[in-house]
Write a protein that binds this ligand. Structure first.
Ligand code: C2E
Ligand code: CA
Ligand code: CA
Length: 227
């Protein structure tokens, strides 16, 4: 298993601000397997927690290397809902910060609406503890679930990662509607004091539109694939 990093670019400076850690499985013959093909299986068996913990450690180690080199950038890691059952999330992250002597604000934590909606005991308490300790919480795939606005009401996060579905529509005549919704979400985020990352940015045209709407950070193939 290997950690790939997908660059995130600041809309304001047009420079790199950080990256998302995305796992890849490398077979002995060099074939690369996408996480979409093994994560669901690992989530069923609970093995996901070992894999996630490994990737978080890789991310923390990389941040440690960067810090020594004087590079101040962030890495966002993914958390599966299952992790909350198998891992003491708070102590694991706090331990990584200590071990690699890094800033908690640079190790960002991505949780999905599905995680928030799941009935993990004391989930909110645990997330609140992480925020108090200086970690940044990002709501991943925002707008793809069944109750996005409802989750936002009850959930203190720092960043919304807008689902790439808004940039792709099945019918071309729906694109304008989609752009209006996107615009509304970005305005709403600002009202709530949240930063916005848009994922799946693939064209210059999307970059122009998103910067007009006030999106702060871009992530997508237009800038770079996970590398
Ligand atoms: P995600 O967290 O929503 O990650 C974004 C996915 O979108 C990544 O797919 C990325 O490669 C892809 N992507 C980025 N920019 C573009 C673009 O411009 N166009 C298109 N079409 N796609 C783009 P990837 O790496 O295949 O990961 C798929 C999903 O697997 C992730 O979705 C995440 O839910 C999960 N995943 C990946 N790594 C981990 C991990 O370490 N732990 C856990 N629990 N889940 C992971
Ligand atoms: Ca993610
Ligand atoms: Ca996402």
């Amino acid at each position: 298993f290997k950690m790939y990093l997908q660059p995130q670019i600041s809309a304001k400076t047009r420079r790199l601000t950080g990256a998302e850690a995305l796992v890849r499985r490398i077979k002995p013959d060099g074939t690369i397997i996408s996480p979409i093909d093994f994560i669901p299986v690992y989530e069923k068996s609970g093995l996901i927690s070992r894999l996630d913990r490994y990737i978080w450690e890789q991310a923390a180690a990389k941040l440690g290397e960067w810090k020594k080199a004087g590079i101040n950038m962030s890495i966002s890691v993914n958390i599966s809902p299952k992790d909350f059952y198998y891992i003491d999330i708070f102590n694991t992250f706090a331990g990584l910060i200590k071990k690699y002597d890094i800033e908690p604000s640079n190790l960002k934590i991505e949780i999905t609406e599905t995680t928030i909606m799941s009935d993990v005991p004391n989930l909110m308490g645990e997330l609140e503890e992480l925020r108090k300790a200086g970690f940044t919480l990002e709501m991943d795939d925002f707008g793809s679930g069944y109750s996005s606005l409802n989750t936002l009401k009850d959930m203190d996060v720092d960043v919304l990662k807008i689902d790439m579905g808004f940039l792709r529509t099945t019918k071309p005549e729906h694109l304008e509607r989609s752009m209006k919704i996107l615009n509304m979400i970005i305005s709403l985020s600002k009202m709530l004091g949240l930063s916005v990352i848009t994922e799946g940015v693939e064209t210059q045209e999307q970059v122009v539109k998103l910067s007009q709407m006030g999106c702060g950070i871009y992530q997508g193939y237009y800038f770079s694939k996970p590398i």
